[in-house]
Design a protein around this ligand. Sequence first.
Ligand code: SF4
Ligand code: SF4
Length: 123
Amino acid sequence: MPWVNQEMCNGCGACVDECPVGAITLNEMDKAEIAEESCIRCAKCHKVCPEEAVRHDSEQIPEHVEKNLEKTRRLLEYYDTSAEQQAFMERMIRYFSKERKVIELTIEKLKVLRDGMAGSAAS
Ligand code: SF4
Ligand code: SF4
């Protein structure tokens, strides 16, 4: 999912014009914003931006990790005893392990799908 670095955006609107599904708008500060639910991940906004302000998802990994940690710390406050807190932490680790498994299996299946498409395109 692309995202816009607001400090780099000059508000030119090129990405707004280029987006095939109208997923990008300029906010009140004249900075581009992408509506995640509308984006079809075509990458056209990356290519057209003169400031390289449209950034790749991978750059947000540290932020996503911090959000997960924040959520865990917030929920941890509901538990009083050390035993309860330990049990909660175990559940969170199991939860994120499950999430990792879901992602790994999804990637495996996407690769099979992609390879199948390449095979049918060649034939
Ligand atoms: S990746 Fe494509 S669909 Fe998504 S915001 Fe950029 S131009 Fe629009
Ligand atoms: S093309 Fe780049 S600089 Fe122009 S509005 Fe979009 S994100 Fe901002």
